[in-house]
Design a protein around this ligand. Structure first.
Ligand code: GRG
Length: 300
């Protein structure tokens, strides 16, 4: 892949779009089969929260990293499904009135708007254990299942999403510097991307160095993604974004810290580093490289 240049338009290949859309279909079919039937209010809320759209980027990372190591397709898809359950959980809770208080998500009423607040809390509460249930029952060795469960738990808990959300909600010291902001976004967004990209290497029983390289790639992708999210939040309208925007105006963001040009320059540089990390793998990493372009291209 040619080095990324900030001024150049970004072209995503048809192959990337085809792979993302076939993976989306496959992971949604997998989720449809795994989730309980919509016979109760809770199960309807679970299904709507998980199946109601989304780019499926985290699932794509699991799938593409698993493809590098010839992981059996069903095992990769079920792992991707578990990650999407955790992601949906984080969105349902993030939208709650006591958190970001968002009325819409993915262009539709958020879970608490559609089902009420208590059901939305319990929907998130159910999706976490459900994700671990999926991982515990994978057709993989006990070692692999335990490593996945441990790594996902770390990404979610007091060293991951929950810690990031505490900072973001002002329950801890608010970010004051570039480094603080990077740490917040690493916890809120990066660690789940990192886990998703590492998951293929865990499933493929690869050595720690390869796991770390894929995790670093995922963290960098999360950084790019979050920088572009900040750019979009400052510039978009809610109809384009499918969720409320401009909500971060009072907070320090990459946009308020760097301004649009330096933000995009940094996102391009971080993306380039992430692409370079993938050069160490002999297998075809072109779609993982294009995921970086996909994240950058959202700014165009
Ligand atoms: C323990 C899972 C868990 C959650 C508790 C509520 C909470 C703590 C954390 C919220 C973290 C959060 C919402 C981070 C934002 C991450 C982010 C960039 C979301 C948007 O991701 P997209 O654009 O969403 O990939 P789609 O809709 O495409 O799936």
């Amino acid at each position: 892949m040619a080095p990324l240049r900030q001024s150049q338009p970004i072209l995503i290949s048809d192959r990337f779009h085809e792979h993302l859309s076939s993976l989306t279909k496959a992971v949604e079919e997998t989720l449809d089969g795994l989730l309980p039937p919509p016979k109760t209010r809770l199960n309807k809320a679970l299904r709507e929260s998980v199946l109601g759209g989304g780019k499926r980027l985290r699932a794509f990372l699991v799938w593409e990293s698993a493809c590098l190591f010839d992981v059996p397709p069903l095992v990769a898809l079920e792992t991707a499904a578990a990650v999407e359950c955790v992601h949906a959980y984080s969105l349902v809770h993030d939208d709650l009135p006591c958190m970001d208080n968002a009325d819409t998500r993915r262009g539709k009423p958020s879970c608490h708007k559609a089902f009420g607040e208590s059901t939305a809390v319990l929907t998130g509460d159910a999706l976490g254990p459900f994700a671990f249930q999926i991982l515990a029952n994978l057709k993989a060795s006990a070692d692999i299942r335990l490593t996945l469960i441990d790594s996902l738990a770390r990404a979610m808990g007091p060293e991951g999403l929950v810690a990031g959300q505490m900072i973001d909600l002002g329950q801890e010291t608010l970010p004051k510097s570039d480094a603080d902001l990077c740490q917040l976004q690493r916890l809120k967004t990066g660690v789940l991307f990192g886990f998703s990209a590492e998951a293929g290497a865990i499933l493929g029983n690869r050595p720690p160095q390869e796991r770390q390289t894929l995790r670093d790639y995922g963290l960098a992708l999360g950084h790019v993604f979050q920088m572009i999210d900040d750019l979009l939040d400052g510039a978009s309208d809610p109809n384009t974004l499918g969720k409320p925007c401009g909500q971060d105006r009072e907070k320090l963001t990459f946009l308020s810290l760097l301004g649009p040009d330096a933000l995009y320059a940094r996102a391009t540089a971080v993306g380039q580093e992430a692409i370079s990390l993938l050069e160490t793998f002999p297998a075809d990493t072109s779609l993982l490289k294009e995921a970086i372009l996909y994240a950058l291209q959202r700014a165009h």
